[in-house]
Design a protein. Structure first.
Length: 230
């Protein structure tokens, strides 16, 4: 079976004329538009695990989370009104206008609220150490006990899917605003319990997201330059 040319399909999609419904108002239950440049997001959508040393723009981080929770509210809440809404704990290392530390995202106020717990060394939290260098780590968690009580064994699957949708929405929004990042499995279980209070029940980890600013591309070597001199 031939491989699918996803890059070619993306370019065809972007070049296609708008459909008749493209200019219509957003319907209830429809996903909200991305906050930045959706074409930019589609063209650069790839997982990045390395970031520039410069801090991430705090406004980009908040806007990406706001978009993700707005989409969750419009798509998931009407379909599963009794399924607990996921929450986001944000571990901030290098973010403009946001102090280093642990924060929770507050959807109602569209803001990050500092938590009393201290920010642990991120290298103690992740398996892949490149994620420990990310300016911001978003840990998505939810009330698994309530999901199981209301939806039975299938509540776990539903909650995982809802958390994954939230993380991927934030990732796409961040891409559209010029950031880069990667969705990943999340923090280590024992470290999450010790440092973040993730107990596997009322605060059950669902997925993680690492975000930062893109690294600048190196300039192409001039003719005659020796590669070993870089």
């Amino acid at each position: 079976m031939p491989l699918i040319d996803t890059a070619g399909l993306t370019e065809q999609l972007l070049a296609a004329p708008p459909t008749a419904s493209a200019s219509a108002d957003v319907r209830p239950g429809a996903a909200p538009p991305l906050p930045g440049d959706p074409v930019h997001a589609l063209r650069r959508r790839s997982a990045q695990r390395h970031w520039a040393p410069e801090p991430l723009d705090g406004e980009v981080l908040v806007k990406a989370l706001a978009y993700a929770f707005e989409q969750d509210d419009q798509l998931w809440r009407p379909a599963f009104p009794t399924l607990p809404t996921p929450a986001a704990t944000v571990l901030v290392q290098r973010v403009l206008d946001v102090p280093e530390g642990c924060h929770r995202y507050e959807p109602e106020g569209r803001r990050l609220v500092p938590e009393p717990r201290a920010l642990p060394p991120l290298a103690d939290l992740v398996l892949q150490l490149e994620f420990a260098e990310a300016p911001a780590l978003v840990v998505v968690h939810g009330d698994l006990a309530a999901a199981l009580e209301r939806h039975g064994a299938g509540g776990h699957r539903l909650l995982l899917a809802r958390g994954a949708a939230l993380a991927h929405s934030a990732w796409l929004a961040a891409l559209s605003l010029g950031a880069v990042g990667s969705v990943f499995a999340g923090v280590l279980g024992a470290a999450g319990r010790t440092h973040l209070g993730l107990d596997g029940s009322g605060r059950a980890q669902l997925i993680g997201l690492a975000l930062g600013s893109p690294r600048r591309a190196r300039p192409a070597p001039a003719p005659g330059d020796r590669i070993g001199e870089w």
